[in-house]
Design a binder for this molecule. Structure first.
Ligand SMILES: Nc1ncnc2c1ncn2[C@@H]1O[C@H](COP(=O)(O)OP(=O)(O)O)[C@@H](O)[C@H]1O
Ligand SMILES: [Mg+2]
Length: 294
Protein backbone atom coordinates (compact mmCIF):
# COMPACT_ATOMS: atom_id res chain seq x y z
CA UNK A 1 0.00 0.00 0.00
CA UNK A 2 1.57 3.28 -1.02
CA UNK A 3 1.55 6.29 1.22
CA UNK A 4 0.14 8.60 -1.43
CA UNK A 5 -3.03 6.67 -2.24
CA UNK A 6 -6.22 7.09 -0.30
CA UNK A 7 -7.39 3.95 1.44
CA UNK A 8 -11.09 3.28 1.24
CA UNK A 9 -12.88 3.01 4.55
CA UNK A 10 -13.42 -0.45 5.96
CA UNK A 11 -16.89 -1.83 5.34
CA UNK A 12 -19.07 -0.30 8.01
CA UNK A 13 -21.23 -2.19 10.41
CA UNK A 14 -23.54 0.81 10.52
CA UNK A 15 -25.95 -0.67 8.01
CA UNK A 16 -25.62 2.43 5.82
CA UNK A 17 -25.58 1.17 2.23
CA UNK A 18 -22.45 1.81 0.22
CA UNK A 19 -24.69 2.39 -2.81
CA UNK A 20 -28.17 3.87 -2.53
CA UNK A 21 -30.31 4.75 -5.51
CA UNK A 22 -33.59 6.48 -4.73
CA UNK A 23 -36.24 7.07 -7.38
CA UNK A 24 -33.65 7.08 -10.16
CA UNK A 25 -34.86 7.51 -13.73
CA UNK A 26 -33.08 7.96 -17.05
CA UNK A 27 -34.81 8.90 -20.28
CA UNK A 28 -33.17 9.02 -23.69
CA UNK A 29 -34.28 11.35 -26.44
CA UNK A 30 -34.63 9.29 -29.63
CA UNK A 31 -33.78 10.62 -33.13
CA UNK A 32 -37.49 11.04 -33.92
CA UNK A 33 -37.78 13.37 -30.92
CA UNK A 34 -39.69 10.96 -28.71
CA UNK A 35 -38.55 10.09 -25.18
CA UNK A 36 -37.58 6.54 -24.23
CA UNK A 37 -37.50 5.59 -20.59
CA UNK A 38 -34.49 3.24 -20.11
CA UNK A 39 -34.64 3.22 -16.29
CA UNK A 40 -37.74 4.18 -14.32
CA UNK A 41 -37.98 5.00 -10.62
CA UNK A 42 -35.25 2.62 -9.48
CA UNK A 43 -34.69 2.16 -5.76
CA UNK A 44 -31.67 0.04 -4.88
CA UNK A 45 -29.49 -0.37 -1.79
CA UNK A 46 -26.24 -2.30 -1.75
CA UNK A 47 -24.49 -3.00 1.55
CA UNK A 48 -20.71 -2.88 1.90
CA UNK A 49 -19.16 -6.23 1.07
CA UNK A 50 -22.09 -7.54 -0.95
CA UNK A 51 -21.99 -9.03 -4.44
CA UNK A 52 -25.20 -7.96 -6.18
CA UNK A 53 -26.18 -9.37 -9.57
CA UNK A 54 -28.43 -7.37 -11.89
CA UNK A 55 -30.15 -9.65 -14.36
CA UNK A 56 -32.67 -9.15 -17.12
CA UNK A 57 -33.15 -9.54 -20.83
CA UNK A 58 -31.22 -7.55 -23.39
CA UNK A 59 -32.59 -4.00 -23.44
CA UNK A 60 -34.01 -4.24 -19.90
CA UNK A 61 -31.91 -1.26 -18.78
CA UNK A 62 -29.18 -3.11 -16.85
CA UNK A 63 -26.19 -1.26 -18.32
CA UNK A 64 -27.93 2.08 -17.96
CA UNK A 65 -28.68 1.34 -14.30
CA UNK A 66 -25.05 0.36 -13.68
CA UNK A 67 -23.80 3.53 -15.40
CA UNK A 68 -26.11 5.60 -13.23
CA UNK A 69 -24.19 4.36 -10.16
CA UNK A 70 -21.01 6.16 -11.22
CA UNK A 71 -22.87 8.88 -13.09
CA UNK A 72 -21.59 7.86 -16.51
CA UNK A 73 -25.30 8.42 -17.08
CA UNK A 74 -26.88 11.32 -15.22
CA UNK A 75 -30.33 10.63 -13.82
CA UNK A 76 -33.23 12.84 -14.89
CA UNK A 77 -34.72 12.26 -11.47
CA UNK A 78 -33.74 10.71 -8.16
CA UNK A 79 -30.55 10.58 -6.11
CA UNK A 80 -27.43 8.44 -6.39
CA UNK A 81 -25.47 8.01 -3.18
CA UNK A 82 -22.16 6.16 -3.06
CA UNK A 83 -20.19 5.96 0.18
CA UNK A 84 -22.63 8.46 1.66
CA UNK A 85 -22.12 11.13 -1.01
CA UNK A 86 -24.89 12.36 -3.27
CA UNK A 87 -23.01 12.17 -6.56
CA UNK A 88 -25.55 14.29 -8.44
CA UNK A 89 -24.76 17.22 -6.13
CA UNK A 90 -20.97 17.15 -6.56
CA UNK A 91 -18.85 19.56 -8.59
CA UNK A 92 -17.02 17.95 -11.52
CA UNK A 93 -13.79 17.92 -9.51
CA UNK A 94 -15.46 16.33 -6.47
CA UNK A 95 -17.14 13.81 -8.78
CA UNK A 96 -13.77 12.85 -10.28
CA UNK A 97 -12.51 12.29 -6.74
CA UNK A 98 -15.58 10.24 -5.76
CA UNK A 99 -15.18 8.10 -8.88
CA UNK A 100 -11.82 6.94 -7.57
CA UNK A 101 -13.93 4.93 -5.14
CA UNK A 102 -15.91 3.28 -7.95
CA UNK A 103 -14.03 0.97 -10.33
CA UNK A 104 -15.62 -0.40 -13.49
CA UNK A 105 -14.96 -3.25 -15.90
CA UNK A 106 -16.60 -4.00 -19.23
CA UNK A 107 -17.40 -6.89 -21.55
CA UNK A 108 -14.78 -5.78 -24.09
CA UNK A 109 -12.11 -5.05 -21.42
CA UNK A 110 -11.43 -1.51 -22.82
CA UNK A 111 -7.65 -1.82 -22.45
CA UNK A 112 -5.27 0.55 -24.23
CA UNK A 113 -3.86 -1.67 -26.98
CA UNK A 114 -0.65 0.33 -27.43
CA UNK A 115 0.22 0.38 -23.73
CA UNK A 116 1.79 -2.40 -21.69
CA UNK A 117 -0.18 -4.21 -19.04
CA UNK A 118 1.64 -2.16 -16.36
CA UNK A 119 0.82 1.12 -18.12
CA UNK A 120 -2.81 0.08 -18.44
CA UNK A 121 -3.01 -0.59 -14.71
CA UNK A 122 -1.21 2.69 -13.95
CA UNK A 123 -3.60 4.68 -16.12
CA UNK A 124 -6.05 5.89 -13.48
CA UNK A 125 -3.25 6.56 -11.00
CA UNK A 126 -1.44 8.82 -13.46
CA UNK A 127 -4.60 10.83 -14.13
CA UNK A 128 -4.35 12.25 -10.65
CA UNK A 129 -1.47 14.59 -10.11
CA UNK A 130 0.72 14.28 -7.06
CA UNK A 131 1.45 10.56 -7.02
CA UNK A 132 5.13 9.65 -6.99
CA UNK A 133 6.28 7.40 -9.79
CA UNK A 134 7.70 4.84 -7.34
CA UNK A 135 4.35 4.68 -5.51
CA UNK A 136 2.53 4.15 -8.79
CA UNK A 137 4.91 1.36 -9.80
CA UNK A 138 4.51 -0.34 -6.44
CA UNK A 139 0.73 -0.11 -6.62
CA UNK A 140 0.74 -1.52 -10.18
CA UNK A 141 2.78 -4.52 -9.00
CA UNK A 142 0.42 -5.04 -6.05
CA UNK A 143 -2.64 -4.97 -8.30
CA UNK A 144 -1.10 -7.34 -10.84
CA UNK A 145 -0.25 -9.69 -7.97
CA UNK A 146 -3.87 -9.47 -6.80
CA UNK A 147 -5.06 -10.87 -10.13
CA UNK A 148 -2.14 -13.30 -10.53
CA UNK A 149 -0.47 -11.53 -13.45
CA UNK A 150 2.80 -10.21 -11.98
CA UNK A 151 4.71 -11.84 -14.82
CA UNK A 152 2.73 -10.00 -17.53
CA UNK A 153 3.63 -6.42 -16.61
CA UNK A 154 5.60 -5.83 -19.79
CA UNK A 155 3.23 -7.70 -22.11
CA UNK A 156 0.76 -5.94 -24.43
CA UNK A 157 -2.95 -6.74 -24.38
CA UNK A 158 -2.78 -8.48 -27.77
CA UNK A 159 -0.43 -11.06 -26.23
CA UNK A 160 -2.96 -12.06 -23.56
CA UNK A 161 -5.93 -14.43 -23.48
CA UNK A 162 -9.41 -13.00 -22.94
CA UNK A 163 -9.41 -14.03 -19.30
CA UNK A 164 -6.01 -12.43 -18.74
CA UNK A 165 -7.21 -9.21 -20.41
CA UNK A 166 -10.20 -9.07 -18.09
CA UNK A 167 -7.94 -9.66 -15.09
CA UNK A 168 -5.76 -6.74 -16.23
CA UNK A 169 -8.93 -4.65 -16.40
CA UNK A 170 -9.77 -5.75 -12.85
CA UNK A 171 -6.26 -4.78 -11.70
CA UNK A 172 -6.67 -1.39 -13.39
CA UNK A 173 -10.03 -0.85 -11.71
CA UNK A 174 -8.63 -1.78 -8.30
CA UNK A 175 -5.58 0.46 -8.51
CA UNK A 176 -7.18 3.54 -6.87
CA UNK A 177 -8.49 1.43 -3.93
CA UNK A 178 -12.17 1.53 -4.87
CA UNK A 179 -14.84 0.53 -2.36
CA UNK A 180 -17.10 -0.56 -5.22
CA UNK A 181 -16.48 -2.44 -8.45
CA UNK A 182 -19.10 -2.19 -11.20
CA UNK A 183 -18.99 -5.00 -13.76
CA UNK A 184 -20.93 -4.86 -17.04
CA UNK A 185 -21.18 -8.35 -18.55
CA UNK A 186 -17.53 -9.04 -17.65
CA UNK A 187 -17.60 -12.66 -18.81
CA UNK A 188 -19.95 -12.43 -21.77
CA UNK A 189 -17.19 -12.67 -24.37
CA UNK A 190 -15.34 -15.48 -22.57
CA UNK A 191 -15.63 -19.25 -22.78
CA UNK A 192 -16.83 -21.28 -19.79
CA UNK A 193 -13.40 -22.09 -18.39
CA UNK A 194 -12.12 -18.53 -18.67
CA UNK A 195 -15.37 -17.27 -17.20
CA UNK A 196 -14.69 -19.26 -14.04
CA UNK A 197 -11.16 -17.85 -13.92
CA UNK A 198 -12.50 -14.28 -14.00
CA UNK A 199 -15.31 -15.05 -11.54
CA UNK A 200 -12.77 -16.59 -9.16
CA UNK A 201 -10.74 -13.39 -9.36
CA UNK A 202 -13.84 -11.29 -8.63
CA UNK A 203 -14.78 -13.54 -5.70
CA UNK A 204 -11.27 -13.12 -4.37
CA UNK A 205 -11.49 -9.33 -4.70
CA UNK A 206 -14.75 -9.38 -2.76
CA UNK A 207 -13.69 -11.78 -0.01
CA UNK A 208 -10.11 -10.70 0.55
CA UNK A 209 -10.43 -6.98 -0.07
CA UNK A 210 -14.03 -6.46 0.97
CA UNK A 211 -14.79 -4.65 -2.29
CA UNK A 212 -18.53 -4.38 -2.95
CA UNK A 213 -19.40 -5.74 -6.40
CA UNK A 214 -22.36 -4.97 -8.63
CA UNK A 215 -22.37 -7.22 -11.68
CA UNK A 216 -24.68 -6.96 -14.67
CA UNK A 217 -25.08 -10.19 -16.57
CA UNK A 218 -27.52 -12.10 -18.70
CA UNK A 219 -25.90 -15.38 -17.59
CA UNK A 220 -27.69 -16.94 -14.64
CA UNK A 221 -24.72 -19.27 -14.08
CA UNK A 222 -22.61 -16.19 -13.28
CA UNK A 223 -25.12 -15.09 -10.66
CA UNK A 224 -25.23 -18.56 -9.23
CA UNK A 225 -21.45 -18.77 -8.91
CA UNK A 226 -20.73 -15.30 -7.57
CA UNK A 227 -23.65 -13.28 -6.20
CA UNK A 228 -25.17 -12.94 -2.75
CA UNK A 229 -28.19 -10.97 -3.85
CA UNK A 230 -30.04 -10.51 -7.11
CA UNK A 231 -32.00 -7.65 -8.67
CA UNK A 232 -34.21 -8.42 -11.66
CA UNK A 233 -34.86 -5.74 -14.30
CA UNK A 234 -37.59 -5.71 -16.89
CA UNK A 235 -38.58 -2.85 -19.17
CA UNK A 236 -36.46 -0.32 -17.27
CA UNK A 237 -37.90 -1.26 -13.89
CA UNK A 238 -36.40 -3.17 -11.00
CA UNK A 239 -39.11 -5.78 -10.59
CA UNK A 240 -37.72 -7.68 -7.61
CA UNK A 241 -34.67 -8.06 -5.40
CA UNK A 242 -33.92 -11.14 -3.32
CA UNK A 243 -31.15 -13.10 -1.64
CA UNK A 244 -29.83 -15.73 -4.02
CA UNK A 245 -30.79 -18.47 -1.59
CA UNK A 246 -34.41 -17.27 -1.78
CA UNK A 247 -34.60 -17.31 -5.59
CA UNK A 248 -37.24 -20.07 -5.34
CA UNK A 249 -39.63 -17.58 -3.74
CA UNK A 250 -39.06 -14.98 -6.48
CA UNK A 251 -41.97 -14.14 -8.76
CA UNK A 252 -40.12 -13.43 -12.02
CA UNK A 253 -39.35 -16.06 -14.64
CA UNK A 254 -35.63 -15.38 -14.17
CA UNK A 255 -35.85 -15.99 -10.43
CA UNK A 256 -37.49 -19.34 -11.06
CA UNK A 257 -34.88 -20.24 -13.69
CA UNK A 258 -32.14 -19.30 -11.25
CA UNK A 259 -33.67 -21.44 -8.52
CA UNK A 260 -33.86 -24.40 -10.91
CA UNK A 261 -30.14 -24.35 -11.80
CA UNK A 262 -28.08 -27.26 -10.54
CA UNK A 263 -25.55 -26.33 -7.84
CA UNK A 264 -22.07 -25.38 -9.06
CA UNK A 265 -18.69 -26.16 -7.57
CA UNK A 266 -17.35 -23.29 -5.45
CA UNK A 267 -14.98 -20.88 -7.16
CA UNK A 268 -11.36 -21.63 -6.43
CA UNK A 269 -9.06 -18.62 -6.24
CA UNK A 270 -6.39 -18.66 -8.91
CA UNK A 271 -3.80 -17.90 -6.31
CA UNK A 272 -4.51 -19.75 -3.09
CA UNK A 273 -1.69 -17.85 -1.43
CA UNK A 274 -0.52 -14.32 -2.11
CA UNK A 275 2.95 -13.79 -3.55
CA UNK A 276 5.49 -14.73 -0.91
CA UNK A 277 7.72 -12.22 0.80
CA UNK A 278 11.06 -13.99 1.20
CA UNK A 279 12.52 -12.41 4.32
CA UNK A 280 9.85 -13.20 6.92
CA UNK A 281 6.59 -15.07 6.94
CA UNK A 282 5.15 -12.49 9.36
CA UNK A 283 5.77 -9.56 7.00
CA UNK A 284 2.42 -8.51 5.59
CA UNK A 285 2.16 -9.29 1.90
CA UNK A 286 0.85 -6.59 -0.44
CA UNK A 287 -2.46 -8.43 -0.41
CA UNK A 288 -2.69 -8.42 3.37
CA UNK A 289 -1.75 -4.75 3.50
CA UNK A 290 -4.40 -4.08 0.88
CA UNK A 291 -6.98 -6.01 2.85
CA UNK A 292 -6.19 -3.92 5.91
CA UNK A 293 -7.16 -0.79 4.02
CA UNK A 294 -10.48 -1.71 2.52
N1 LIG B 1 -27.70 6.55 -25.37
C1 LIG B 1 -28.88 5.98 -25.66
N2 LIG B 1 -29.75 6.55 -26.49
C2 LIG B 1 -30.95 5.98 -26.76
N3 LIG B 1 -31.36 4.81 -26.25
C3 LIG B 1 -30.52 4.17 -25.40
C4 LIG B 1 -29.23 4.70 -25.07
N4 LIG B 1 -28.62 3.83 -24.22
C5 LIG B 1 -29.47 2.82 -24.04
N5 LIG B 1 -30.62 3.02 -24.76
C6 LIG B 1 -31.77 2.13 -24.80
O1 LIG B 1 -32.18 1.87 -23.48
C7 LIG B 1 -32.59 0.51 -23.34
C8 LIG B 1 -31.80 -0.13 -22.23
O2 LIG B 1 -30.44 -0.24 -22.65
P1 LIG B 1 -29.35 -0.95 -21.77
O3 LIG B 1 -29.31 -0.28 -20.44
O4 LIG B 1 -28.10 -0.96 -22.56
O5 LIG B 1 -29.97 -2.40 -21.61
P2 LIG B 1 -29.28 -3.79 -21.21
O6 LIG B 1 -27.92 -3.50 -20.67
O7 LIG B 1 -30.22 -4.40 -20.21
O8 LIG B 1 -29.25 -4.60 -22.47
C9 LIG B 1 -32.39 -0.14 -24.69
O9 LIG B 1 -33.60 -0.17 -25.37
C10 LIG B 1 -31.42 0.78 -25.38
O10 LIG B 1 -31.59 0.76 -26.77
MG1 LIG C 1 -26.02 -4.06 -21.33
Amino acid sequence: MSASTTPTPAPTASGIPVIQLTGVSRTFRLPDGSAFSAVSQADLSVQAGEVLGIIGKSGAGKSTLLRLINLLERPDAGTVRVEGKDLTALSSQALRQARQGIGMIFQQFNLLQNATVADNVAFALKLHAGRRRADIERRVQECLALVGLQDKAKAYPAQLSGGQKQRVAIARALAPHPAVLLCDEPTSSLDAETTREVLATLADVNVRLGVTIVIVTHELSVVQALCHRVAVMHGGRLVETFNKADAGQGTSVLARELAALAPVAPLVPLQPSPPSVPEAASTPTPLEQEAAHV
